[in-house]
Design a protein around this ligand. Sequence first.
Ligand code: GSH
Length: 223
Amino acid sequence: MPHTVDLYDWPPSPFARIVTATLLASSANVTTNVKIVDLLKGEQNAESFSEVSAKRQVPALVDGDLKLIESHAIARYVANKYQDSANPIYPTDLVARAKVDEAIEVIRSDIAFDAGTIVYQRFFTPKFGRPTSEEAIVKATEALIKGLTFVENHFFKSSPSALVGTTFTLADIVFTVFLYQLTIVNYDLSPFPKVQAYFESLKTNPVIAKTHEPFLQAIASLQ
Ligand SMILES: N[C@@H](CCC(=O)N[C@@H](CS)C(=O)NCC(=O)O)C(=O)O
């Protein structure tokens, strides 16, 4: 019988979706009890939530006595403990794993922050009642173009549908989550044809599609 974990989640959060997708990819071995923390309603400020997430951020995972924050730590823990050995997303072979980790770190350092900044500044600041920084948007847009250019030229060497190797990995979860995030601001991927074709292909991956159903609904309701 699969083990059950609690996931503190808010579907518009890309960090939370990294964990949702990792859990879905591991669903042969683990089921997820989702607890929504609506950040726009300030639910992260509830005292009870600080007992789960010391930073009052989503995602947070509770697995028995273990309380864990930080999406990448949670995703790696879930994959290490629960991944489906028939369809592994986080290779156990050290060299293969290192290449997946390399891709994840490229996405984290060269894509995630700038994509997040553009979307946060353009879409979320008005909803949180905070000021928008056009300067931050310009800087992030320049950096994101550099990051996407690197990804376009450096990855997809063995398959147009995988950053690394030929199968779906944790690196693909991390990248597609941020590509979906950019759809909130209708970001144009056409200057990056390999990335664009990859994204179209990954949209049909069952784990990615299911992870993003609540995201698409939530964003539509916020428009
Ligand atoms: N480094 C963290 C970032 C998590 C994060 O920034 N979560 C945001 C939502 S995208 C959050 O919960 N913000 C609540 C707040 O700051 O009040 C991770 O990777 O999990």
